[in-house]
Write a protein that binds this ligand. Structure first.
Ligand SMILES: Nc1nc2c(c(=O)[nH]1)N[C@H]1C(S)=C(S)[C@@H](COP(=O)(O)O)O[C@H]1N2
Ligand SMILES: [Mo]
Length: 256
């Protein structure tokens, strides 16, 4: 597992470096390059939205294209005492807390989430490690949950905090987390997904609930979501770069 993560990081780091710096990684430690990189990131984001349109849908596929076995990646089971207790209980007591810059904080049970309007979509998942997989996802559009929580005027990003600890044994805990801007968060294909291929979401794919953000790379789709927080900025949260992999050097903008 640790080896897998190291390899994953090395590969992704290498491809990001080739893309932006012609393979010259040490440059990225210079403050001006860091600023430049974030500007490149902003340009990429704006270019994508200019050409694809802010609300363009990611491609959807016919049922015949669904992979017979969806590939699982990253954490395959959080395996903490708390998570295991929820799993043993069929996640009946799992709640997603929604807080931060909202007028109406929420604590949503899985039953309540399932009772909300749902969307089902067959989409392609692209991981930076270089693999793709087509699957059918069902879940509640995140926009509906956010609308119920009523973000305040200062809201800019939506943070997701997960149940899996990414730290090596003995290191301080570092739970997986991610963030999207409000535009991606309220996109019609951005779901709090609780079913894969018509089945209750299995543990390896993020049970009981994971994000699907279909215009984004795999690492932008957190599994095992416990808490959602609406914020105006994320530089004071964990490593300050908006996500677990971002704190290890990935781009915050993970649009495809
Ligand atoms: N909580 C959590 N979410 C996560 C990860 C993880 O390790 N922990 N890995 C990410 C990565 S890199 C990918 S490619 C996808 C994998 O989702 P899958 O297991 O359904 O294929 O989950 C993403 N979300
Ligand atoms: Mo990934």
């Amino acid at each position: 597992m640790a080896d897998n993560r190291r390899r994953f990081l090395a590969r992704a780091g290498a491809s990001a470096a080739t893309l932006f710096l012609g393979g010259c990684t040490s440059l990225s430690e210079q403050p001006w390059v860091v600023n430049l990189l974030s500007e490149v990131e902003i340009l990429t984001r704006h270019a994508q939205r200019l050409f694809a349109g802010e609300h363009a849908l990611a491609p959807e596929f016919p049922k015949k294209d669904i992979a017979s076995v969806f590939r699982a990646n990253g954490t395959l089971n959080p395996d903490t005492p708390d998570y295991n207790a929820h799993a043993a209980n069929g996640f009946r007591d799992w709640r997603i807390k929604v807080g931060g810059l909202v007028e109406h904080p929420l604590s949503i049970s899985m039953a309540a989430l399932r009772a909300m309007p749902s969307r089902t979509q067959i989409t392609r998942h692209d991981c930076v490690e270089g693999w793709s997989c087509i699957g059918q996802w069902t879940g509640t559009p995140l926009s509906l949950v956010l609308a119920a929580a009523r973000p305040t005027a200062a809201a800019r990003y939506v943070m997701f905090f997960c149940a899996d600890n990414m730290a090596q044994d003995g290191d301080p805990p570092q739970f997986y987390y991610e963030s999207l801007d409000l535009l991606e968060a309220t996109h019609p294909q951005t779901l709090l997904a609780y079913e894969l291929n018509g089945q209750t979401l299995p543990i390896e794919y993020g049970a009981p609930v994971r994000l699907r953000a279909e215009r984004q790379l795999g690492y932008k789709m957190p599994k095992y979501i416990k808490r959602i927080e609406v914020v105006d900025e994320f530089k004071t949260i964990n490593g300050g770069r908006g996500g677990y992999w971002e704190d290890q050097g990935y781009n915050w903008w993970g649009g495809i």
